[in-house]
Design a protein around this ligand. Structure first.
Ligand code: PMT
Length: 397
């Protein structure tokens, strides 16, 4: 059951401005919203903004000269408490039971569901202390609303942006039935593959998995249930609606992708799959003996082409093309040969595009002859563009 009475706790981050919009959205969705703030949140947005939007007085101090704001009563009144934005400081206090302001006092008194929408700079987000604090809060049964990736207040680009207000509302109200991809099943391949030479060596590539993981998250955000088949990648994926199968070699990726493809509506193939693998794998470490060593390679299975051959009516395949030259011609040839409905071209000629970066610059081609050029953007924004193109393709069918 979705909550009705909500405490929205705003803490001191530039993302506090988004919480004004979040208040409006929650009210529009029929929630009763009680806003509370930390003292430093007031430096970003005035309590008057929130009291005007929520039509309730906003509480900042536990007490003043003449009255006491009953945080215990408030904690009991609410069906849910959302801390948005939740700074690294407030997260640390919550994880350690520190109670020194209205937000932390109410949090410790709350018996309801707690949702945390973190907002911070990327290095703070990656710090082991923040990771450990969030793990602790998760172990209390609290929900962590995934952060976005993009430009941060510091000017750096990366993870740490507070989720968009619409996504927070969908997250807490389980509103996925209204989303454009509700009821759709998606398969995403991501990351590199490692083809073993011997027990210690392999043939691989520089793919980090970031692009494919961002696509899987965006599809889930738009309501799809996603099977993500992920090659060796350091990314820990923990996102509602995304089920991860970890694989290593192209053959394993094919096996998993083939299994999920049969039931999916859309497959997005962002993995950088090795095209060749050693014909034989040495069972023992190959010793250094001669001046040169030859390894015979054989073709791996082309996952995309195989899925393209068994694609049924109603299924969509979106492929990627990573090129270094003759980009458009190569991408078009791949789209045709592999029976894709769309292809996302990224070129290593473009600075900030392709492997490992947090950004990418793509051109999307459809089999119907459309060509859409995009600027350099965060991979999360690129994922949103790709998924929007898919949604438009569905609507045009
Ligand atoms: O993971 P990141 O570090 O974020 O980097 C992202 C990326 C650069 C890997 C991604 O944006 C990308 O371009 N992925 C496709 C890379 C690639 O292998 O492209 P390709 O042109 O060689 O392959 C064409 C298509 O066939 C791709 O959809 C690929 O997934 C698929 N393919 C290729 C070979 C093979 N054996 N099986 C396949 O399914």
């Amino acid at each position: 059951m979705s909550p009705k009475k909500i405490i929205l706790a705003v803490t001191g981050s530039i993302a506090a401005y988004k919480s004004a919009f979040l208040t409006r959205l929650l009210i529009k969705e029929g929630f009763e919203v009680q806003v509370i703030m930390t003292g430093s949140a007031k430096d970003f947005v005035s309590p008057l903004t929130f009291s005007t939007l929520s039509k309730r007085p906003v509480h900042v101090d536990v007490s003043n000269e003449s009255s006491w704001n009953n945080h215990v009563e408030m904690g009991l009144w609410a069906d849910a408490m959302i801390i948005a934005p939740a700074t690294a400081n407030t997260i640390a206090k919550m994880a350690n039971g520190i109670c020194d302001n209205m937000v932390t006092a109410t949090y410790l008194s709350a018996k309801c569901q707690v949702y945390i929408a973190p907002a911070m700079d990327l290095d703070m987000w990656k710090h082991p202390a923040t990771i450990a604090n969030l793990e602790k809060l998760k172990s209390y049964g609290h929900h962590i609303i995934p952060v976005g990736n993009g430009e941060l207040a510091s000017g750096l680009v990366g993870d740490g942006r507070m989720a968009e207000p619409e996504d927070i509302v969908n997250f807490i109200s389980g509103n996925s039935a209204n989303l454009p991809l509700a009821g759709k099943k998606a398969l995403v391949t991501a990351g590199p593959t490692y083809e073993k030479i011997d027990p210690v060596r392999f043939i691989g590539n520089h793919s980090s998995g970031k692009m494919g993981v961002a696509i899987a998250m965006e599809l889930a955000k738009q309501g799809a249930t996603v099977d993500l088949v992920l090659g060796p990648s350091k990314i820990a994926v923990d996102y509602p609606g995304v089920h991860v199968t970890r694989v290593e070699a192209a053959a394993e990726m094919y096996e998993a992708a083939d299994k999920y493809f049969k039931k999916c509506d859309v497959a997005v193939l962002a993995a950088a799959v090795a095209d060749y693998k050693p014909k034989e794998q040495a069972t023992q470490k190959i010793k250094k003996k001669d001046e040169s060593l030859s390894i015979t390679l054989e073709k791996t299975v082309d996952i995309a082409a195989s899925l393209g051959k068994i694609k049924k009516k109603g299924q969509t395949i979106i492929g990627f093309a990573l090129e270094t030259n003759d980009e458009e011609a190569n991408a078009m040839e791949k789209m045709k040969r592999k029976n894709f409905d769309m292809i996302v071209l990224n070129s290593l000629q473009d600075k900030g595009a392709g492997f490992n970066h947090d950004t990418n610059k793509v051109t999307i081609f459809t089999s119907k002859g459309q060509k859409l050029d995009f600027e350099l953007k965060s991979k999360q924004e690129v994922a949103a563009d790709v998924v929007t193109c898919y949604i438009e393709l569905l609507r045009s069918k």
